[in-house]
Structures are given as C-alpha cells and as structure tokens.
Ligand binder design. Structure first.
Ligand SMILES: *[C@@H]1O[C@H](CO)[C@@H](O)[C@H](O)[C@H]1NC(C)=O
Ligand SMILES: *[C@@H]1O[C@H](CO)[C@@H](O)[C@H](O)[C@H]1NC(C)=O
Ligand SMILES: *[C@@H]1O[C@H](CO)[C@@H](O)[C@H](O)[C@H]1NC(C)=O
Length: 343
C-alpha cells in the first residue's frame, strides 16, 4: 500500500513537472521573484544590441537602484553594527570567467563591481574593505549605504535585545542578550534555525540568468544579505555554483533563500550540470535542492534554471515561501510571471 502511494505521488509529481516545463525562445532573461523591472532592464540590453553580460549586469543593477523588496542594494538589512554591506557575482558561461564580491562596503553598485573584477582582474572573488578600495580605483564612488530604513531596523533590533541574531554557543545568552559575546567552554549542537525567525523576507536576493540568441549563457546575483548578520558574513550570492552558475551548452541557474545553508550544497552548479546531461530545467532545479531538504528539512529556498535552448523551470522549499514566483522575458512585449508550489 505504502509503495503504491509512493508511486502515485511520484506520478503526480512527474505530471506536474511535465506540465510546468516551458518552451521558450531566445534571447531570454529569467530572474528570481516578481522583480519584473529588472527582467525588462536585462532584456532591453538584448534589444539594444547588448550582450548577455550586459543583460545580467543591467538587469541586476536595476534591482539595486529600486532596492527590490529591500533585499537588494543599499539602504536595508543592516548587520549587527547597523552597517549595510553587499554581495554580488556575475559568471560568463562562454569563457567560464567569474567576478564576485563579498561584504562590499560603501559602494552601492555591487553587480558592476563584480563585472569589473571579472573583466579587469585575473581573480574571481574580492572581499570587504579592500574590495571597496579596488572599486574606487576603478572609478566607483563611495557613499553611505545605510538609510533611514536601515537605521530604523537597526534601532528596533537593538531595542529588542538584538533578537533575532545568528550567534550560538556564546555568552551572554544570544537568545536574550546583545553582544559582545565570548565563546562558551562547552559546545552544544544547535541546529534549529527556525527559532531565529529566518524568514525568506529577510534574506532574499535577485538571481538572474540571461541567454542570448546564440546560446551564450550568463548568470548573476546581487543582494544585501541577511538582516542582522554577523559583521563579515558573506552569503551564497557571490559563491560560484551556490548563488549562481552558467555554462554554455548546458544552461544557467541561480538560487535564493537561506544562503548559509544553501551554499553548502552548490545548488546552482548541480542544476546546471543536470541540465547538461539532459534533465529538464524544472527537474534540475528540484534535484538541486533535494539533498538540502534531507539535512535541513526546515530550510527556505528556491532555484531557477534555464537551459541553453531557453527552456526554464524552478523549484522551491519551505513554508516561509509557500509559492515561489519568478520572472521571464523572451519577447519584447511583456514579462511573464511563473510560479511553482514549494515542495
Ligand atoms: C517598474 O517600472 C514601472 C515603469 O516601467 C514603474 O511604474 C514602477 O513603479 C516600477 N516598479 C518599481 C517597484 O519601482
Ligand atoms: C561608509 O559607510 C559608513 C556607514 O556604514 C559611513 O559612516 C561612511 O561615511 C561611509 N564612507 C564614505 C566615504 O562614504
Ligand atoms: C530621514 O530622516 C531625516 C530625519 O530623521 C529626515 O529629515 C529625512 O527627510 C529622512 N529621509 C527620507 C528619505 O525619508
């Protein structure tokens, strides 16, 4: 009986995925969440003769300027010191070149700094204050990334005894008190992140994949990371294969959600490799998050996947998201929204 039920559930799943499989045309721009202005900005690059790299940079930039959902760009989600820092990456699936930046201070256009790292250095990842210095040398302007909103978030968090926060095994008790903290002599294993109220709303991001008419795939991300993060924290967004991944001939993928957990499983890399061996984008996205569920049954996260033909799909997990929406533009007329129910 149980076996029969399992089979039935499997068949239902498969039929849902079959129906969800979408055929698209090239060029195409796909991004996480209903950030449709970003999708348009990306697609407009193709209309104006730009490359897939231009599409991802300009698309993600649009979200930085609009401060999409408060989770992208300056002005929101301060760290424990009230400072806003940014993470971003861009990956060119033709050259397998990557530029990525973590914990970037005082520069608002993180995705453009990432592109500068890709195109003007032999490195892959720069971080922190010295990434700021690099950006300034390359012509970017420093500014204060905090805003009335981030100052207010910080103030309320302080008044609420610095709750929630991401410290464990320290004293004073981080569930009750603000820092500074010292390490406890005895380590107790704490895996339950739920009681830290990690909702997807305080740590999502834009992830984008663009494929030009010749199948050139580029992916990128930009975010201000997790609200009240420990200063110095770098999330999954700038980590290659975690935040996003692109490889010509296979496709591109990007992830959003609980980055601290997702980055341990390289879901974007997994999804792209699966598409490379013929798996549909929807199933590639699903299989990329399956191993995470096994270890972290409560995590919230989503992956979008686009193959080199422009077929796309997504998968998500967690009650914090419920239904995940993503934006697709494959024609000059309008952005289409797609949604998937989380598993
Ligand atoms: C998106 O762009 C439209 C104009 O194209 C504008 O009216 C709208 O306010 C923008 N959305 C956001 C969230 O800024
Ligand atoms: C950098 O950001 C901090 C706030 O995080 C601000 O106090 C400082 O003035 C900024 N520096 C510049 C040069 O804008
Ligand atoms: C930020 O707050 C200051 C005073 O607290 C106010 O003068 C200013 O207009 C506010 N700025 C915005 C953009 O709301």
């Amino acid at each position: 009986m149980a076996a029969f039920m399992r089979k039935l559930v499997l068949i239902l799943y498969l039929s849902v995925f079959f129906c969800a499989k979408t055929i698209s045309t090239l060029p195409i721009v796909v991004n996480t969440w209903p950030f449709t202005n970003a999708t348009e900005a990306g697609y407009n690059q193709f209309l104006n003769g730009g490359s897939a790299v231009d599409a991802v940079e300009k698309g993600c930039s649009r979200c930085e300027v609009l401060r999409c959902d408060g989770s992208v760009g300056e002005g929101s989600d301060p760290d424990e010191n009230g400072e806003v820092t940014l993470d971003a990456m861009i990956m060119d699936g033709e050259t397998m070149d990557v530029g990525s930046v973590g914990c970037l201070r005082n520069i608002s256009s993180a995705i453009s700094v990432a592109r500068m790292i890709m195109e003007r250095t032999d490195h892959t990842l720069l971080a922190g204050e010295l990434a700021t210095k690099f950006a300034v040398e390359m012509g970017f302007k420093e500014s204060d990334l905090s805003s009335n909103k981030s100052d207010m978030m910080y103030k309320q968090w302080k008044e609420n005894n610095c709750q929630p926060n991401f410290r464990v095994n320290v004293s004073p008790d981080p569930k009750k008190s603000c820092g500074p903290y010292n390490p406890n002599a005895v380590l107790s294993k704490i895996q339950n992140r739920e009681d830290k109220q990690v909702s997807y709303l305080n740590h999502d991001t834009i992830g984008m994949v663009a494929v030009d008419k010749n199948g050139h795939v580029v992916s990128g991300t930009t975010t201000n990371g997790l609200n009240h993060k420990v200063p110095g924290r770098v999330g999954d967004s700038p980590v290659v294969g975690a935040g996003s991944y692109a490889q010509n001939g296979m496709g591109g993928a990007a992830a959003t959600g609980d980055g601290d957990i997702m980055m341990r499983f390289l879901p974007s890399y997994t999804a792209v490799q699966l598409m490379g061996s013929g798996t549909s984008p929807s199933n590639a996205a699903l299989f990329s998050i399956k191993p995470i569920i096994k270890y972290f049954p409560d995590f919230n996260g989503a992956v979008i996947a686009v193959n080199n033909k422009g077929e796309h799909g997504a998968a998500c997990h967690g009650s914090g998201i419920g239904t995940f929406h993503y934006s697709v533009m494959d024609n000059p007329d309008k952005v289409n929204l797609f949604s998937v129910k989380c598993v």
